[in-house]
Design a protein around this ligand. Structure first.
Ligand code: GLN
Length: 304
């Protein structure tokens, strides 16, 4: 039995002492209000034992972490047809870069760069009756928690400043890889990014990727093959041009967001979420990455 509680408590203690905590994202003005000193970890194991430390129950903007959840829902709805519109290769580029999109004729490199997530949002807008409401219901069902909501202020703040996302959506549209209106798809995308969750809710939402597609209550959302593919994408593309570094340091599939959250998982064993709003230059949580490196080193557990 691994002493997860004392390990994460120790990690939180070390993290609080670090002087350079990174920089809070400010390109979405509403995120700039985040307190750099916040730090939380929540780990849920395969037997539903929960371990928390620090600010694990404070809600924050999940941002790009939502891309894994929209991928899961769209994959369950359309199956492998998804891969006709999105590739599965790491981009080696920052999350908002557009050059490869033009070079590769409007097929985004993977579902986690913004262009790929916008195509996934388009698929959900096409397939769901009330896209924003249905996606929120999916998250509330996965976590068994109806308190989870969008943050309208964050969604609006991103809408007002999301020029690169408008550029990506328009480029996709010009290649015929966006079937709905640019504004409708981006409204969905900005809302999915604005979801507010805490570390505990995030770790619980990602339980399906650790548990063969089944949530904590045993309901199945994805088949084993789909879970394999989503975890492979998290490992190779979850941290954009820092995916190699995350695999090298941490050795788990995971996903980051510019709100400072990271979720990672060890199949059949645990899901863990960290939150520290200070980002490194690649847009990933500085202390979150360090914390997860320490976790896999101290527990001597990783997928390798
Ligand atoms: N909503 C953010 C954006 O589109 C998400 C980016 C991220 O979390 N990496 O820029």
């Amino acid at each position: 039995m691994i002493a997860y509680q004392s390990i994460i408590d120790d990690i939180a203690k070390t993290s609080r002492k670090v002087a350079n905590k990174g920089v809070v994202a400010s390109y979405i003005p509403e995120l700039a209000v985040n307190n750099i000193d916040k730090f939380g970890i929540h780990l849920v194991d395969a037997n539903n034992n929960n371990y928390s430390t620090g600010d694990a129950l404070d809600s924050f903007s999940i941002q790009s972490i939502s891309k894994v959840l929209t991928l899961a829902l769209s994959f369950s709805l359309v199956g492998d047809d998804l891969w006709k519109r999105i590739d599965v290769e790491p981009s080696g580029d920052p999350f908002n870069h557009l050059s490869l999109l033009e070079f590769e004729n409007g097929i985004p490199r993977n579902p986690f760069i913004n262009a790929g997530a916008i195509v996934i949002a388009d698929i959900l807008v096409s397939h769901l009756k009330n896209p924003k409401e249905d996606f929120l219901n999916f998250i509330q069902e996965l976590t068994n928690d109806t308190t989870i909501q969008y943050n309208e202020k964050v969604a609006l703040s991103e809408k007002n400043t999301g020029f690169r996302n408008y550029a990506a959506a328009n480029l996709l549209k010009s290649y015929g890889n966006l079937h709905n209106d640019v504004d409708t798809v981006l409204d969905f995308y900005f809302h999915q990014c604005s979801l507010e969750m805490n570390c505990k809710q995030l770790a619980n939402a990602f339980f399906i990727f650790m548990n063969h597609g089944k949530c904590q209550r045993g309901k199945s959302y994805l088949n084993i093959n789909q879970v394999k593919r989503i975890n492979a994408l998290m490992l190779t593309c979850g941290f954009y041009d820092e995916a190699g570094e995350f695999a090298f340091e941490v050795g788990l599939p995971g996903k980051s967001g510019v709100g400072g959250g990271i979720v990672a998982l060890l199949p059949n064993t645990y899901c863990v979420a960290t939150w520290s709003p200070g980002l490194n230059p690649k847009g990933n949580s500085k202390l979150g990455m360090a914390a997860l490196e320490e976790l896999t080193t101290k527990t001597k557990q990783s997928i390798f």
